[in-house]
Design a protein around this ligand. Structure first.
Ligand code: AMP
Length: 478
């Protein structure tokens, strides 16, 4: 099938040609005709499948067909997304596809002042792309109302729930008019998502399920370095200094604090880089992303949440500075490289306490990751001896709360494997699910950045709760 065969108006066909699409992707082919008939849709699909055009094109067509006009402080279509980056990306798509029409769109999200967003809403807008918190805020301020809404899209529903937006979603849905067309997208369909979908969609929606068009993992060249936590920064720095062919490098850090630390190490070595995570202002995140896309910086350090859904082409190398708890996340991360038939390399660092994560990843991908060139270790400082306190500090953001739990439950802690690099015991917990990990970590609501300096204060204050806990734990670990 070609796009030209779909019943889309000339201005939309022109825009499709302008963005260079010829054939619809499977989700577009399966969704667009039903949506044009006014049906509700349940789409099980991830970013990368072409789902944005799958809902944007028919919505634009129906907005053109209806002959209605937007009223002040209202919107006709609402697209709800979990993060600012995704909201911006989706609105950019609407703008591209509607470039030869008079249809207007705007994007609202938290973390920035609301004055210009309110201004954009004064005369009403056809398509409003929003994150839930800011939308409710502006509704509360009477800057926008949903009473004239015709189309409602809930995108990335599973991530919305992971990020704790369920109450906000319910509040938004309660404000929608009864008569509307609904589109619901989620990458996965666990029970809670199925239940949520049932409260939003009309009975018997069209169900479309597509597999992600991810990079076949076999096409990505992988390397693994077993390295103690303290020397990961030095290893990353040496690899970047030695391999000038590493031109567009995405580094995944487990924590926001860790991401900033990596940037400091690299900047000191003269490597142009920036970090994106929930503590950075929206402006700085956008700026970092743009500089990375334009290759003004060589390295972008990101947490998983901040990197979600971000569409950057031509990433030459992905570094797993920390291995993720959830093996599927590893597949998503390294799928950022080797896109569109290009080559890609993924390099993973594995500290002694990440061995279990590594095993889970190798089990899922059915690939034993080959070790990288050990000659690089000669350029690194020798491993330092860990003190119980430094061990705990290094473990902050992952092992610490779990160990604390172990201690509280009085379960015996496995005696550590002898290791030259670090005396730290391997973690014994089973691999986590995406949801449990999201709930356990503070990073995950990019709408609610933590206070700057949080870690510093906590670590430095003598007799603080954290230090007391560390002492208790090192005592209980013998
Ligand atoms: P999405 O899943 O909507 O985030 O889309 C992923 C990428 O695929 C975006 O860069 C789109 O511009 C691109 N894309 C979407 N539909 C098509 C198509 N039919 N042909 C080629 N590229 C597409």
């Amino acid at each position: 099938m070609l796009f030209s065969e779909l019943p889309l108006a000339n201005p939309l066909q022109r825009a499709i040609r302008a963005v260079g699409y010829e054939t619809p992707t499977p989700i577009q082919e399966q969704s667009i005709p039903s949506l044009l008939e006014g049906k509700d849709l349940l789409g099980i699909a991830q970013t990368g499948t072409g789902k944005t055009a799958a809902f944007a094109l028919p919505i634009l067509q129906l907005l053109l067909d209806s002959g209605k006009f937007r009223a002040p402080k209202t919107c006709r279509a609402l697209i709800l997304l979990p993060t600012r980056e995704l909201a911006i990306q989706v609105e950019e798509c609407f703008k591209q596809y509607a470039q030869f029409t008079a249809i207007s769109s705007t994007c609202i999200f938290g973390g920035v002042g609301d004055a210009s967003q309110k201004n954009c809403l004064v005369r009403g807008v056809d398509v409003l792309v929003a994150t839930p918190g800011r939308l409710l805020d502006l509704i509360g301020q009477k800057a926008v109302s949903l009473k004239a809404l015709e189309f409602f899209v809930l995108d990335e529903a599973d991530r919305m729930l992971d990020m704790g937006f369920i109450h906000d979603i319910r509040k938004v849905v309660a404000l929608l008019p009864q008569k509307r067309q609904n589109l619901f997208f989620s990458a996965t369909m666990p029970d809670d998502i199925t239940k949520l979908a049932a409260t939003i969609l009309r009975p018997n929606p069209v169900r479309v399920e597509v597999a992600p068009q991810s990079t076949p993992i076999e096409r990505i060249r992988q390397e693994l370095y077993h390295i103690d936590k303290r020397r990961k920064g030095a290893l990353l720095k040496e690899l970047l200094l030695e391999h000038t062919e590493m031109k567009k490098v995405l580094v995944f850090s487990r924590t926001k604090h860790g991401a900033d630390k990596i940037v400091r190490v690299l900047e000191k070595a003269g490597v142009k880089c920036a970090a994106i995570h929930g503590n950075k202002s929206q402006t700085r995140r956008q700026e970092a992303l743009k500089n990375f896309k334009d290759e003004k910086i060589r390295v972008l350090v990101a947490t998983d949440i901040a990197a979600r859904g971000i569409d950057v082409d031509d990433v030459s190398h992905v570094f797993n500075y920390d291995l993720p708890d959830v093996p599927e996340t590893f597949v998503h991360r390294i799928g950022r490289t080797a896109r569109a038939g290009k080559d890609g390399i993924a390099i993973s660092f594995c500290a002694p306490d990440e061995e279990q994560d590594l095993r889970a990843i190798e089990k899922l991908t059915k690939i034993k990751i080959p070790e990288g060139d050990k000659a690089i270790f000669e350029k690194l400082p020798p491993p330092q001896k860990e003190t119980p306190e430094s061990e705990m500090r290094n473990a902050r953001g992952r092992g610490f709360p779990r160990r604390e739990k172990q201690a509280q439950n009085s379960k015996p802690v496995q005696s550590p494997e002898p290791s030259q690099a670090s005396p730290k015991p391997p973690r014994q917990q089973p691999p986590k699910t995406a949801q449990s990990v999201q709930q356990a970590r503070p990073e995950h609501n990019s709408e609610q950045p933590q206070k700057a300096g949080f870690h510093k204060r906590r670590r430095n204050r003598p007799g603080s709760k954290a230090r007391r806990r560390m002492r208790e734990l090192s005592n209980s670990n013998g």
